[in-house]
Design a protein around this ligand. Structure first.
Ligand code: 6PG
Length: 489
């Protein structure tokens, strides 16, 4: 068998199939393989018919078709299946060959797998691929990390098939794909993307909730609002699909969205983001609330009982509707800025902890097109990092500072009114609470430190002494002289 294929893709579920077709469109010869081999025949006879896509019925046959160094991309379910395929591939590949995992794998697994595959003399890439079915087919956002030596071999394929965006400042057309960093960096950035995706979705849902219950707006009226919002600074894929969802009618002519059960699912990447933030000590409060909001929504039976037990009052908000809609838009925009500032804080901390040299502007560019959180807004984030590559926090960028200040009044108005009316706005309000805490020069943590020292001799630092000097007070007169050591679990 003549080795003529550029890359193999294992796993013919929706993402795998569409990536293969995308690679084929860009002139690459792809071998398709699937554990259930009848899927290969089915794919070749249907979606891949008339293309140069090849099929393999065994890993050995697949490997024989590949040019060296061989590139094999796994598009299988994250978890055990990835480890199983790696093990099998190590038996048929050679040193220098490259294994790529394009699923939503946990970054710690990718760190482990990169080390393992490298120890066998091969190279490994763990890459985020975002954009769903449509993105995979016509241009996803691709976030690769792993063995740096693998990147030059994979770059031409990935950058060809990725979404393209025009840099608003340089005018250059750039692929939404670049090298992210070593080990699990690519999957970490993808995980953070998903966390932010959870946050964006929750913010949109809260805006919808206030418009629906607070302002009594119909789906058609809200469709018009989202349509309008999508022409301004909120322009994004998620606003766009919300606009279209609100216009969709069920067979009986009523809005389909009203027929959908209000219990959200989740596959775990948002949860991973929050777990990692806890490990890093970074307050990504908005993403955390977005994850918990999905959990609350899933408690449907208990919520029905609680609604009967606590009967919420009338949620209607009085006042000029157009003004309220504009206030909600501003609350959403300000909260979104907080969410991205938090997400970037998390990536910065993770980069430090794992020794990754992340390019923050480059990440914004990768997310600017192709992926689920793609938006005009990410162009502004890219611009902020272009101006100041080592920008410590997005909230210190003059553009975002001005934006937050311009939204503050509406943001407070929306959160306080929703609270008064009993409409849950966990993401809007946690964003505001974070903002107020972040810009508070003196928080009440002095009292908290006193409490810790009082009951556990945990010590405190003083405002009139240099940082790093710790003091203990015998608050009751009956405590001992021994202070607890300072440590972090
Ligand atoms: C993407 C998405 C995708 C994710 C789905 C579902 O970037 O294309 O993030 O990777 O799997 O959005 O996620 P949940 O089921 O957790 O909502």
């Amino acid at each position: 068998m003549e080795p003529r294929a550029d890359i193999a893709v294992i796993g013919l579920a929706v993402m795998g199939q569409n990536l293969i077709l995308n690679m084929n469109d860009h002139g690459f010869t792809v071998v398709a393989y699937n554990r259930t081999t009848s899927k290969v025949d089915d794919f070749l006879a249907n979606e891949a018919r008339g293309t140069r896509i090849l099929g393999a019925h065994s890993l050995a046959e697949m490997v024989a078709l590949l040019k060296k160094p061989r590139r094999v991309m796994l598009m299988v379910k994250a978890g055990a299946a990835v480890d199983e395929f790696i093990e099998q591939l190590l038996g048929v590949l050679e040193p220098g060959d490259i294994i790529i995992d394009g699923g939503n794998s946990l970054f710690e697994d990718t760190i482990r797998r990169t080390k393992y595959v490298e120890s066998k003399g091969l190279l490994y890439i763990g890459t985020g691929v975002s954009g769903g079915e449509e993105g995979a087919r016509h241009g996803p956002s691709i976030m690769p990390g792993g063995s740096p030596a693998a990147w030059p071999h994979v770059k031409p394929i990935f950058q060809a098939i990725a979404a393209k965006v025009t840099d608003p400042h340089t005018g250059a057309v750039e692929p939404c794909c670049d090298w992210v960093g070593e080990g699990g960096a690519g999957h970490y950035v993808k995980m953070t993307h998903n966390g932010i995706e959870y946050g964006d979705m929750q913010l949109i849902c809260e805006a919808y909730h206030i418009m629906k219950d607070g302002l009594g707006m119909t789906a058609d009226e809200m469709h018009a609002v989202f349509k309008e919002w999508n022409t301004g600074e909120l322009e994004s894929y998620l606003i766009e699909i919300t606009r279209d969802i609100l216009a969709k009618k069920d067979d009986d002519g009523t809005p389909l969205v009203d027929k959908i059960l209000d219990t959200a699912g989740q596959k775990g990447t948002g949860k991973w983001t929050v777990i990692s933030s806890q490990e890093m000590g970074i307050p990504i409060t908005l993403i955390a609330e977005a994850v918990y909001s999905r959990c609350v929504s899933a408690m449907k039976e208990q919520r029905v009982l609680a609604a009967k037990a606590y009967k919420p009052g009338n949620p209607r908000i009085a006042g000029d509707r157009a003004q309220w809609v504009e206030d909600i838009r501003k609350a959403l925009y300000a909260s979104k800025i907080i969410s991205y500032a938090q997400g970037y804080m998390l990536m910065r901390a993770a980069a430090k902890a794992h020794g990754w040299n992340l390019n923050y502007g480059g990440i914004a560019l990768m997310w600017r097109g192709g992926c689920i959180i793609r938006s005009r807004f990410l162009g502004d984030i890219k611009a902020a990092f272009d101006k100041k590559p080592n920008l410590e926090n997005l909230l210190f960028d003059p553009f975002f500072k001005k934006a937050i200040k311009g939204c503050a009044r509406s943001w407070r108005k929306v959160v306080s009114s929703a609270v008064k009316k009993g409409i849950p706005v966990p993401a809007f309000s946690t964003a505001l609470a974070f903002f107020d805490g972040f810009r508070c020069e003196r928080l009440p943590a002095n009292l908290l430190q006193a409490q810790r020292d009082y009951f556990g001799a945990h010590t405190y630092e003083r405002v009139d002494r240099p940082r790093g000097e710790f003091f203990h007070t015998n608050w009751t007169g009956t405590g001992g002289r021994v202070a607890s050591s300072t440590y972090t679990v």
